[in-house]
Design a protein around this ligand. Structure first.
Ligand code: ASP
Length: 360
């Protein structure tokens, strides 16, 4: 119910907006959260309230201040500082943006010891990739929480507002620290390493396959965790975005029945610095595809074998070992690609890269 407490918050918010001309909400005694906007459906403006499918074509976005202005309830629990880092659909987000975002978040933590956490709004299409990159390059144990929405803020039944509130609440919660980069959508807190978008339109699209979520950001306003992940991240990561302006090029070659070696050969001949094979089942692929992988690997290209099944490990089988492949463990092909890109900033040694695949 819309209580008098909420009405008071709203009035306070309106008064601040007219006094400062800004939507940034200053509530000094509360945990300080930086809210960094990058775009995505959480910010897109549709033409009608039933536009769930075409809104992204016009390229109209709310700013991060406008998004925050829709949820004055956050004044009750956080002192929010906004920042518009990008305002794009996440299909436009590139590895160069990842580097810039990681550097900016590290700078926020360096410059402001009083900040409790950072929340990032992002399109859902590549949200899990950006989150995993940050998981490996943010050098602070304070929470970084990535959120998005499946329905734009102009749509009926939008999840934009609640996901924004929840992500700020999780970033403001001391119990969120030291758990690596988190994602929060649909009231569920997930680990960046594990989470994947599993459905094109449903609100419960973000899932962590075998593992399940870490906790809830729930309607009783509590942030509750039930488990933590075990793989190294953030302060324990050996990777560093500082000083990097570009990441080594790594591509993914998908396998399917009848796939020949065409894509693998093309990538090996282009300027790829590494290759991830999105293999079938436990990682193997059709013979001509495997032959092309072996040729690439023999020529010195680091080749990582992942599975396209969506969950489960790829193990070092006798064949994979003999042919010199690195295995992705249970990282999805997209996440194995990110880790290989970062690994290649440190080494080309296959044993070292294999160690990294099993560490993060
Ligand atoms: N096209 C959107 C994007 O920016 C989809 C979304 O945000 O859900 O990824």
């Amino acid at each position: 119910a819309y209580t008098s407490k909420h009405r008071a918050t709203w009035n306070e918010f309106q008064a601040r907006v007219s006094a400062t001309g800004s939507f940034t909400m200053i509530s000094e005694s509360k945990p300080r959260v930086y809210l960094v906007g990058t775009g995505g459906s959480i910010s897109f403006v549709g033409r009608t309230r039933t536009d769930y499918t075409n809104y992204s074509y016009d390229g109209n976005h709310l700013t991060i201040d406008e998004l925050l202005g829709r949820v004055p309830e956050v004044l009750e629990f956080a002192d929010v500082r906004t920042e518009q880092f990008l305002n794009l659909g996440s299909t436009d987000v590139t590895p160069e943006h990842w580097l810039g975002l990681a550097k900016r978040i590290n700078q926020i933590f360096r410059d402001d010891p009083a900040v409790t956490g950072v929340a990032v709004t992002h399109g859902t299409a590549t949200l899990e990739e950006t989150a995993y990159f940050l998981n490996l390059t943010v050098k602070d144990s304070r929470p970084v929480v990535v959120t998005g929405a499946m329905r734009p803020p102009t749509g009926l039944g939008t999840d934009s507002d609640v996901n924004l509130i929840d992500s700020i609440r999780v970033a403001a919660a001391p119990q969120s620290a030291g758990r690596g980069v988190l994602t929060v959508l649909n009231n569920q807190i997930q680990a960046a390493r594990e989470v994947t978008k599993t459905n094109s339109y449903r609100l419960e699209t973000f899932q962590a396959a075998d593992f399940g979520f870490l906790g809830y950001a729930d309607s009783d306003e509590e942030v509750v965790f039930y488990r933590r992940t075990d793989r190294a991240h953030t302060v324990d990561s050996e990777f560093d975005a500082e000083g990097l302006h570009q990441l080594p090029r790594v591509d993914i070659a998908p396998a399917y029945a009848g796939a020949d070696g065409l894509v693998v050969k093309a990538l090996a001949q282009a300027d790829a610095n590494g290759l991830v094979a999105a293999g079938l089942g436990s990682g193997s692929s059709p013979p001509p595809f495997m032959a092309a992988l072996k040729e690439a690997s023999d020529a010195g290209l680091p080749v990582v074998i992942a599975t396209s099944t969506g969950s489960g490990r790829v193990m070092q089988t006798r064949r994979f070992t003999e042919e010199g492949y690195i295995v992705a463990d249970n990282l999805t092909p997209k996440k194995a690609r990110i880790l290989l890109m970062l690994a290649l900033t440190k080494t080309k040694d296959k044993d070292e890269i294999q160690r990294m695949m099993l560490t993060y």
